[in-house]
Design a protein around this ligand. Structure first.
Ligand code: HEM
Length: 208
């Protein structure tokens, strides 16, 4: 018996994000090509995902998968039941990925000059803070592939233990576990959130 765990917007977001990331990493060494355009696209997606983490479907909400260290230890020792969305350890991986991707986008916006004319920019955008953003962008260029390597290795590990997570991230369905009932937000709501995210990006671009 199968049950739905991922909504369509979250699945589309995931695979679009993976595609954009590959594009960004392959244009990232010299800043040539569509690096900035792809970066603006990823920033919009991450903004969408962060809002969706508060008002989206149950399995996409941060409060559903951010668990205490105690629960993570219990999960790693095999002392907890199967979870419906991200498992307790995977949840922190998701938070780390989103945080690093968001920081990478913000630092990219700063070093590409998109924040120069934002209100109050002169108070926080000093030569020193610019250098810090530059450092962050360069450091995450190495940290993110390492995190994604661990992410994909974990997914392969689950597959070897007969838990096909990738299929679930494609179809939205996985084998039923427990008698949980999940609430899914509509695609229209996801579209409205996307419009908000696009407007945030457009405002930043318009100010630059
Ligand atoms: C071939 C490459 C990839 C595969 C097979 C893959 C697979 C998956 C799967 C199966 C999940 C769901 C995990 C679960 O059930 O808890 C997931 C979630 C996630 N992946 Fe990937 N992934 C890939 C690449 C990437 C890349 C490149 C990124 C980042 C740039 C990424 C970021 C994420 C994030 C943030 C989530 C959480 C999704 C959410 O809750 O919104 N993944 N991935």
């Amino acid at each position: 018996m199968k049950m739905k765990i991922w909504d369509l917007p979250t699945r589309l977001y995931h695979w679009l994000q993976a595609g954009l990331f590959i594009g960004l990493i392959s244009t990232g060494y010299n800043g040539e090509g569509p690096h900035i355009q792809l970066g603006l696209g990823l920033f919009t997606l991450i903004t969408w995902r962060i809002i969706w983490g508060f008002i989206g479907s149950d399995t996409s909400r941060f409060k559903q998968f951010i668990r205490s260290p105690k629960v993570i230890m219990q999960y790693l020792r095999g002392q907890t039941d199967e979870t419906t969305g991200h498992n307790p350890a995977g949840g922190w991986m998701v938070v780390s990925l989103l945080l690093c991707l968001f920081l990478q986008c913000i630092s990219g916006l700063v070093i590409a000059g998109f924040t120069d004319n934002l209100p109050q920019a002169e108070t926080w955008l000093t030569d020193r803070s610019y250098d810090v953003f530059y450092m962050i962008h360069n450091a995450l260029f190495y940290v993110l592939p390492a995190l994604i390597f661990v992410h994909v290795a974990a997914v392969i590990g689950y597959k070897l233990r007969h838990k096909p997570l990738v299929l679930a991230m494609i179809t939205g369905y996985k084998a039923k576990c427990g008698a949980v009932s999940l609430r899914f937000s509509s695609n229209l709501k996801a579209l409205l959130v996307l419009i908000v995210a696009v407007l945030v990006t457009m405002t930043i671009v318009a100010y630059s």
